[in-house]
Design a protein around this ligand. Structure first.
Ligand SMILES: *Cc1c(COP(=O)(O)O)cnc(C)c1O
Length: 435
């Protein structure tokens, strides 16, 4: 399988090069040049397949002969060593719990797969790799955990000072070893801009082997198609294929679903559910993407004003707005609505939502009200409620129980470097700290 840039100004590359580069030299994002199809036999076997088995089959379609089957097998069994339950709440409402990985958020899927894939490619090359990642909270912790102790790789995390929860901050600043956290005076968009600039900076790219671990890396995107397929495997028989409601920020998660659909998974529609950072729902209405500064909300991992995967969505549909609208339905919600649905679901079903998943539930409820459909709804639950304990307590009156693996982090001391929002300093830091 070859990969090409969304801007089409740079050469097609192998999976290895796409993964190690992160973004293309023309600053576009890598996409597969063509889409394989899951055959009919796959669909017949699907109900009996586990997530690692699904990952092996789809992964090999994208990896082609670049990764030997036994290597891919060890990558997928190691990556997906936790459950992905589909919980049925209402008659049609289902929740796909993507938060049973080590950092209790869905980003573990992409980050763990990418770390192991890069680990494999780096071991082949014998070079030291610097992974740079900007985070609004959950990416950084998922990436830090995923890469911790991987030989030949150091990870530099940029996160916005004062804009992530204390639990999120502990998860990304307490690991040490090959992981460094930079606490940037600025917003998530500033962090993202710094990260992007370093990846195309001639001085840095000459001196270092640099790559990105943001959702722009194709190695994060591919595994995010696997769990859509795993959800359908668990769904049982319905006359109409499911509607997936995806709480979205940078739109990597939703783009993973579009990939799954493109290779043959039956999906009625995707719901792009956002908080008040609603540039994509606004695009679906007006046909114009108007990026703007992000606003802080209680679903802070979705506070994105210029979603990086948007270019991939437009690319997948060849810029055809009508086609995008057929597949994606957009909606956005306030913090008040989010708190209120958290309260309602706890009351109605005894089910506790984190604020991001709550936006997804609002998306499904609003979709089901406005569209005549017999389709089951699957809301992607992107974080464990304990990661946002203060907000959950505001909504339902009690703090959610903290899982053991989160509690151990909160006790460790934070280790981060305060950092100005300036590229020159970052450049110097990356050069001087490279060993
Ligand atoms: C990152 C994140 C999102 C948004 O996912 P995107 O792929 O950026 O759209 C939603 N919820 C949580 C908990 C997240 O960490």
């Amino acid at each position: 399988m070859k990969f090409r840039s969304t801007l089409r100004q740079s050469p097609e590359v192998s999976l290895r090069e796409a993964v190690l580069r992160g973004s293309a030299p023309d600053a576009g994002l890598y996409m597969p040049v063509s889409f394989p199809r899951l055959d009919r036999k796959f669909h017949e076997r699907l109900p009996s397949l586990t997530l690692p088995e699904i990952a092996q089959e789809i992964g090999s379609l994208f990896a082609g002969d670049e990764i030997p089957p036994h290597v891919l097998n060890s990558i997928v069994t190691d990556t997906f060593n936790f459950p992905v339950p589909l919980v049925r709440l209402g008659e049609r409402l289902h929740i796909l719990e993507l938060f049973h990985g080590p950092t209790l958020a869905f980003k573990d899927f992409g980050a763990r797969f990418m770390a192991r894939l890069m680990g494999h490619f780096v071991a082949e090359s014998g070079k030291q790799l610097t992974v740079i990642v900007a985070t609004s909270g959950d990416t950084g912790s998922a990436v830090a955990h995923a890469f911790l102790g991987v030989p030949g790789i150091r990870v530099v995390i940029l996160y916005p000072a004062g804009r992530v929860s204390s639990a999120q901050e502990k998860q990304l600043t307490t690991l040490g070893q090959n992981i460094t956290a930079l606490e940037v005076t600025g917003s998530f968009d500033d962090c993202q801009r710094l990260a992007k600039q370093s990846l195309i900076d001639p001085v840095l790219t000459e001196a270092l082997t640099l790559t990105s671990a943001n959702s722009i890396n194709i190695a994060r995107l591919i595994p995010q198609s696997f769990y859509y397929v795993a959800a359908v495997a668990q769904l049982g028989t319905w006359e109409t294929p499911p509607v997936f409601s995806v709480p979205s920020g940078n739109f990597g998660n939703l783009t993973g679903g579009l990939l799954a659909r493109r290779i043959g998974l039956g999906v009625t529609q995707f719901i792009a559910a956002t908080n008040t950072n609603d540039v994509v729902p606004e695009f679906l209405r007006s046909g114009k993407l108007l990026p703007r500064a992000s606003r802080p909300t209680i679903s802070n991992a979705m506070d994105v004003g210029n979603p990086s995967n948007f270019a991939r969505i437009v690319d997948l549909y060849d810029n055809d707005l009508q086609a995008i609208r057929r597949d994606i339905w957009g909606c956005s919600f306030s913090d008040e609505e989010t708190l209120s649905v958290m309260h309602d679901l706890e009351q109605g079903y005894g089910y506790v939502l984190d604020p991001h998943t709550a936006v997804g539930v609002l998306g499904w409820l609003s979709y089901a009200k406005q569209n005549q459909t017999a389709a089951p709804g699957i809301v992607l639950a992107t974080a464990h409620p304990a990661k946002f304990a203060e907000t959950v307590a505001r909504a339902i009156g009690v703090r959610p129980e903290m899982p053991e693996r989160l509690a151990t982090f909160l006790e460790r001391p934070k280790k981060s470097i305060s950092f100005p929002n300036r590229f020159a300093e970052l450049q110097e830091f990356l050069l001087s700290s490279n060993s």
